[in-house]
Design a protein around this ligand. Structure first.
Ligand code: PLP
Length: 381
């Protein structure tokens, strides 16, 4: 018997880690666009940009090929480069760090708060040097970082704030939508995200100069108003196509319904997990409106996530070790020279945090099944 065949006599429908929520309105939007013949930089991209800008309360939203390209253009467009240090949590997805490395700036890793798993403002302050230009803030798993603390720190030390809110579209911090905080924000629309475009991302900002530059850089360095055939600067092809934008706009119109559904699934998990003494459910701070990206549980101190995850997979429950700290990834040894010491909370949490299956259509029976298997596995651990 293969090790991936569930070790149970009962048959259970397969449970997936994540799943996009595609309905007839999405199919119609994509089909209409396909039939329109306008497949690049057209009305869907503009409509999607306007809708996101309006909801976030920002002047500019720029559709892009990915969340990574949004982060890259934020770093490039804000003039961060050689010799600059950027504070960034190691408890994140590699893209937050890569955007800094692409511009030959130096990522300086910062430890996290145990409650929210977001970067620690105190640790940020400790690591500021005369070379520090910016903080790459990450709103981990959809939960906003400590923005009051970060904004105060940025004012005090004259730092730029880039918000990697790739996991947090729809979340709010004290009534302020993510995407409107800091100098620029980046959203991502990969199929595991709250809303999807297939591949895609968006840069949001109030900064007119950054927006103009980002629109040029995404389009091979062409100027919006200039002659189409001239390229005044070196740029990239970071454009989002119209099919993706049509899907994105259609999905974005249902964001509130998606957030409600995800909050419901999260509440089912939280209720069930209260019965497992060796598992902590994620917490959401009172001043936060949470757009759930993934549901990440924390195993009790002393438990190691790797064997637990392996046993869950063997029983047919997909899980992910979110996050693997970036400073521990193989490539980091080659590219990151700055100190990676003093990240005790990052390292401790990364041994205990496990993302369990989570999406809009996860049924109550599936939630029960995941919790049942987790309980069985923990009983054996
Ligand atoms: C925190 C964070 N930053 C950046 C990204 C990059 O987004 P993309 O995969 O669209 O490039 C992701 C996506 O997984 C993410 O979770």
């Amino acid at each position: 018997m293969s090790e991936h065949v569930p070790n149970t006599s009962k048959q259970h429908p397969p449970i997936t880690m994540s799943a996009p929520d595609i309905d007839a309105s999405d199919l119609k939007a994509v089909e209409e666009t396909l039939r329109s013949g306008i497949l690049g930089l057209g009305p869907c991209a503009r409509g999607f940009e306007e809708a996101v800008a309006e909801r976030c309360g920002v002047k500019h939203a720029i559709t892009l090929s990915s969340g990574t390209s949004a982060l890259h253009l934020a770093v490039r467009g804000l003039g961060i480069g050689d010799g600059d240090e950027v504070l960034v949590p190691s408890f994140t997805f590699a893209a937050s760090v890569n955007a800094i490395l692409y511009e030959r700036a130096t990522p300086v890793f910062v430890d996290i708060e145990p409650e929210t798993l977001n970067l620690s403002v105190e640790d940020c302050e400790r690591r500021i040097t005369p070379k520090t230009r910016a903080i790459m803030v990450v709103d981990v798993f959809g939960h906003p970082a400590d923005w009051d603390g970060l904004e105060a720190l940025a004012r005090k030390h004259d730092l730029l704030l880039i918000d990697d809110c790739c996991e947090a579209i729809g979340s709010e911090y004290r009534g302020r939508p993510l995407g409107s905080l800091g100098n620029a924000g980046a959203f991502a629309f990969y199929p595991n995200k709250q809303i999807t475009t297939g591949e895609g991302g968006m840069l949001v900002t109030d900064d007119d100069d950054l927006a103009t530059l980002a629109r040029s850089l995404r389009n091979q360095g062409r100027d919006a108003m200039g002659a189409w055939l001239d390229h005044p600067r070196l740029g990239f092809n970071y454009r989002m196509d119209e099919l993706s934008a049509a899907l994105g706009l259609s999905q974005f119109r249902r964001l509130d319904a998606f957030m409600e559904r995800r909050a419901h699934v999260a509440s089912l998990y939280t209720e069930r997990l209260a019965q497992l003494p060796r598992v902590e459910a994620p917490t959401v701070q009172d001043h936060v409106k949470m757009s759930w990206f993934v549901y990440v549980v924390r195993l009790a101190e002393g438990l190691d996530r790797d064997p637990v995850m392996q046993k869950m997979e063997q029983r047919g429950i997909p899980v992910r070790g979110y996050f693997q700290p970036v400073h521990e990834l193989t490539y980091a040894r080659k590219y990151i020279n700055s100190s990676t010491s003093g990240l005790p909370t990052t390292e401790a949490m990364a041994r205990r945090t496990v993302a369990i299956p989570f999406h809009n259509h996860l049924s109550e029976a599936a939630v029960d099944r995941v919790v049942e298997v987790l309980a069985e596995v923990l009983d054996e651990s």
